[in-house]
Design a protein around this ligand. Sequence first.
Ligand SMILES: Cc1ncc(COP(=O)(O)O)c(C=O)c1O
Length: 366
Amino acid sequence: VILDLTSARFLGSGVATVVVAPDPGKPQALQEPAGAARLARRLVTGCGGPTADAALSRSTLHALLDVFSVLGRHDSPGHDDYPLTRTGSSAPVIVHDEHVYPVTRWAARIVTAQEPAMTFGHHDAGAAYRALVAARHRAQGRPLVLASDGWCAGCLRPAPLAELSRAARRAGAHLVIDDSLAAGVLGADPSPDRPFGAGGCGTRPWLGAAGPAVVVASAAKAFGVPVATVLGPARLIAAVKQHGPSRMHTAAPGAADLALLTCAMAAGDLPDRRIRLAALVARVRAACRRVGWRVVGRPFPLVAVAGPAAPAQLHRRLGELGVRTLLVRAPCRGRSHLVMCLRADLTEDDLGHLEWAVPMAARRAA
Ligand SMILES: Cc1ncc(COP(=O)(O)O)c(C=O)c1O
């Protein structure tokens, strides 16, 4: 038996057969691909506030390039209706978490033409505010952007999004969140019966954090479909659609991917899958703790083990017992973890195999 725990298709969406017309072969700025408007509307109905809108992109890199570029042309937010004032400038000053996922760093580097990164201490909202104040002195009128992941893949904790939102607001900066890991999985109003919350709208509603923000998220994790979504104030989304460079110069999201995402998001049992996933996570964390392994961070479908045995040794032992895991270096913790990616479609047999393999691996590694 091989149990593969290296896939982040957290909600375990099943097989779908879709029939699609060929891609129009036009820049997205000229013509949105079929299905994009419907998906965006669905996202806004489910996750947006009264002034929100959504757009779809080929990937988070495309989406972040567009968002950062467009924010460079517009002055910082100050009101709920998110007025966008043309500044004439073309690159914002981007301040990001020092351990942000690499895609944000890449996009920042491209948009700012390799300007040295301005960072703040991991998950430290006070440091973020100070970095923004320092950046403002250097910015000479250029718009400011504060960027962070929603959920950190290294320490498996949420970023302090309410505090970051306050820091951005006080400093007159735009807040941009890459919520690729948590989107689709976490949602509003978590409770003991429903630890991942409802609706899958991500880390912000899960934390109950408010305030204006632009949220970029890949659907490649929860839904296994490589398309990114951008959710934010309607005026900003309109500007992204009109001026986003990826929408002129790179291919649009593929018709087949959009059709698959439509199917995946329309599945009626997503709430049950989130509840099942949370139960699986609790069970696997407990199995790891029973054998003395240290489990990292908050409950999430990535279960990371940091000790006491060497993660590389556990990774090898579990592999010999038919369980594929990931060995991940977590920059924010300065060390490696053994990571098991759990999915809602794991069967009782899969779990039984894992609960057999964990104590076996612990004994062999001792
Ligand atoms: C936090 C985060 N952002 C962005 C990405 C990249 O996503 P994609 O290339 O599917 O858009 C990933 C992929 O693992 C991720 O974990």
